[in-house]
Design a protein around this ligand. Structure first.
Ligand code: HXC
Ligand code: NAP
Length: 261
């Protein structure tokens, strides 16, 4: 079942795949035989990521520049991936923006910016990829990266919490709308993940990393590979009867909301 060519013959597009969790998913998919395209705004970052992976003998990697807020750019990137690799089987909507900002101080544009990247960007990815995912020889697969703060609310990051909650709703809607067409749609909710821009902005820069660690049942931050492992499972045939799910990869962080220590 678990073999080194688990994703052979599959083509994946990962938004925000040039850094952090998205890059780790790209590495894992490549290592398991997939062809991978990473898509984001910063061409330099994408170029560096491609060069690093190719230097490790992962040749089936390409990058395309797009801002997920712009549907035409996303659609063009999707078409470029299909032209390059021949199909599109897996879409990972991972691109996101976030910063700590109490709601009373948040400008309308700050709110709109995060909703636009996270929620609208995810819709754009799904909508642009749909026709190709439907044509996939195996299951078409969408994985949306969210967070459990989508359900709890997120003091200091209301924009991101609302956006991610919208993505969870979209995940469940599309799982039903597109299920008969052979497209599975799932979410992953990572907890705090070390060595990422997200954890840096929300915990480390604010001196709250140790406090956050103490709030995780397993007592540590997760690592990027642990999130990528979940993304491998959901993209593979091992998850062939799994759709509309939110796979929590948070070391028990979510459950500690109800714990006294
Ligand atoms: C208050 C802020 C702000 C801040 C930006 N804004 N940063 N407001 N506090 N720290 C406001 C700006 O003043 C502006 O509003 C509006 O937001 C848009 O800002 P821009 O800089 O023009 O936006 P843009 O260049 O499009 O950049 C988007 C961005 C940026 C989200 C602001 O940070 C970015 O590109 N982020 C991508 C990387 C990232 O965020 N990674 C972390 C993902 S982690 P005004 O009113 O002034 O015009 C994650 C979950 C983490 O999502 C989970 C927990 C660990
Ligand atoms: P990251 O490295 O900053 O990843 C975000 C990526 O999104 C970047 O590669 C960025 O690339 C891209 N991006 C941002 N805005 C974009 C836009 N408008 N268009 C296209 N691409 C855009 O952060 P990360 O911590 O790895 O986060 C990855 C995902 O995990 C996010 O969805 C985040 O919400 C989720 N998450 C993270 C944690 C955590 O602990 N880190 C916890 C829970 C959930 P460019 O700058 O090149 O565009």
């Amino acid at each position: 079942m678990y073999s080194s060519d688990l994703l052979k013959g599959r083509v994946a597009l990962i938004t925000g795949g040039g850094s952090g969790i998205g890059l780790s998913i790209a590495e894992q998919y490549l290592a398991l035989g997939a062809k991978v395209a990473i898509v984001s705004r910063n061409a330099e970052r994408l170029k560096d990521a491609v060069a690093t992976l190719q230097a490790r003998d992962m040749k089936e990697i390409a990058s395309f520049q797009a801002d997920v807020r712009n549907y035409e750019q996303v659609s063009a990137a999707v078409n470029a991936v299909v032209n390059r690799f021949g199909s599109l089987d897996i879409l990972v909507n991972n691109a996101a923006g976030n910063f700590f900002c109490p709601t009373a101080e948040m400008s309308s544009n700050a709110w709109r910016t995060v909703i636009d990247i996270d929620l609208n960007g995810t819709f754009h990815g799904c909508r642009a990829a749909y026709a190709h995912l439907r044509e996939s020889k195996g299951d078409g697969c969408i994985i949306n990266i969210i967070t459990m703060q989508a359900l709890s609310g997120w003091p200091g990051a209301a924009h991101a919490a609302a956006a991610k909650a919208g993505i969870l709703s979209l995940t469940r809607t599309l799982a039903v709308e597109w299920g008969r067409e052979g497209i599975r749609v799932n979410a992953i909710s990572p907890g705090p993940i070390g060595d990422t821009e997200g954890a840096k902005r929300i915990y480390e820069d604010r001196g709250r990393a140790d406090l956050e660690r103490s709030r995780v049942a397993l007592g540590r931050f997760g690592n990027k590979q642990e999130v990528a492992n979940a993304a491998v499972f959901l993209a593979s045939d091992l998850a062939s009867f799994v759709t509309g799910e939110n796979l929590i990869v948070d070391g028990g962080r979510w459950l500690k909301y109800v714990s006294e220590k």
